[in-house]
Write a protein that binds this ligand. Sequence first.
Ligand code: FAD
Length: 567
Amino acid sequence: MSKSSQKVMIVGGNAGGATTATRLRRLDEEAEIVLLEKRNYISWANCGLPYFIGDVIESRKQLVVKSPEAIAERYDLDVRTNSEAIDIDPERKGILIEDREKGETYWESYDKLVLSPGAKAVMLPISGIDEVENLYALRDISDARSIKEVVQSSRVERALVIGGGFIGLEMTENIHEVGLKVSLVEMMDQVLPAMDPEMTSMLQNHLRNKGVDLHLEDRVTNFEQKDGMVKANLDSGSELESDLVVMATGVKPNVELAEKADLEIGESGGIRVDEFLETSKSDIYAIGDAIEVKNCTTGDHRHMPLAGPANRQARVVANNIAGSWEEYGCSSATFIMKVFSLTAARTGASEKVLKETGIDYEKSYTFSRSHVDYYPEADPMWIKLLFDPESGDIYGAQIVGDGGVDKRIDVLSAAIKSGLSVFQLRDLDLAYAPPYSSANDPVNVAGFVAENIVDGVVEVTHWHDVDSLDSESTLILDVRSDMERKEGQIEGSKHIPLNQLRDRLDEIPRDKKIVTHCNIGLRSYIASRILLQEGFEVENLSGGYGIYSAVRRDRGEDYPMMSCSIE
Ligand code: FAD
């Protein structure tokens, strides 16, 4: 990498754009670098916006990471705020810019152009939407400020959040935490569609426990605004009155400029780039929320609007403009988020995605604590692991819990990126002392369990199969204690506590398949090994009564919370 006299124009002054500019300057002192941003600030923390509304971040100033002047001076950049790129001429290598302050437009030439214009909020064309007085989508600081002003108004008591994805959930929590009554409407049968439904059952139960008025599989059909209040009518017939509506129905890539330049747009709607992040026209690169990226597990291209990938892509593009041809590779779309007192995280493919793409998989559920039980404040977590049933290659992982979820999802993300199998999870040499983990870290444990499944040491059945088991040919055997059994049980199951099993084998029919279960799947695994070696046909209920009952509670059924319930 060497100094050059090239002129690099960058569109978008936030995560992707600002990172490209500063990295490029560190590599090349001579390049002319122009950073165009249509807003009047750059390098701002959109991920912090919900927490600004919830008063966790108190000052708006904390949301602007660096001022345009500070960044321009430190990195010798030509930073132009209030400057919107409105057209591109790839043949002449020119970009048309509107100076929003002066109301003037002008062309500027480039040698290399980087597009990082982000994504925009999807606004559903709901009847009556134009009449709603306090309706916002959260994309930038001014949206956050407007929402905060409404939230802080003493007349405001109720809010409606439409959409239960990342932003919808963060907004629900933060608006609720500052004292408003929040209704959340989601058209799917689960929140956080990036995860699988049994994992989000815990989140849904938690949201209800916190007092959120949750409406799943429902949608707003129309709004009626009157006397400072809006009534939202739902498909189900429910009517929700609120003082504030937050539209969080997803984002789509910002591709207007790319379309004007006739750049190839992929099937997911994002700008198509090659492995070097160059678009279909030479010397035009694109990164961040505006592009689609190869998914590490499925190999197809998807829109994965997350800050980490945007920053890493920026680094690759800067390196490439400075002369080194580096490939970006793929993304596992790893994310983590706070949902009130819980943490939800995913890396790699979900079960839904594996099904959609026809990839054969198996799964395991493990319950662990963030560190040893005997050290104070050990937090529970459920880990779902998805893997190749033959090779054990890891496809994806999801975790719901509290403390310690962050480091486990990161270890699993690194494992997937490195192409590890469940067998290698067992061997990971992870740090341990009582305040931090257990001698067998939750990631090791997830590896042990998945390894047993791949090796055929245990066969498993899952929560969604339980209700369709035929009692003529299958017996569900509950091996928990008498007390646990009294608290709640799977209908039709037989009860023999694990410690009595060896003495009561004659009570178990030999002409039926036995499905063993306990609360989390550990004692029932021991039971399954005893029975298997006694000649029974056995499957273990992975995730046990814990996962099964969380799903049932989520469906409104009367199933008790257990010691392993996280909600
Ligand atoms: P952006 O950061 O959106 O930047 C695009 C910039 O381009 C904007 O400043 C825009 O004004 C400017 N622009 C657009 N068009 C033009 C034009 N024609 N001319 C000039 N300028 C233009 N991700 C996570 O990984 N974790 C989180 O917790 C998280 N939380 C989030 C919370 C909220 C409320 C939001 C809105 C996003 C969150 N994200 C989170 C997503 C993350 O912020 C984005 O993935 C990331 O910012 C993408 O970077 P980008 O550079 O592609 O786009």
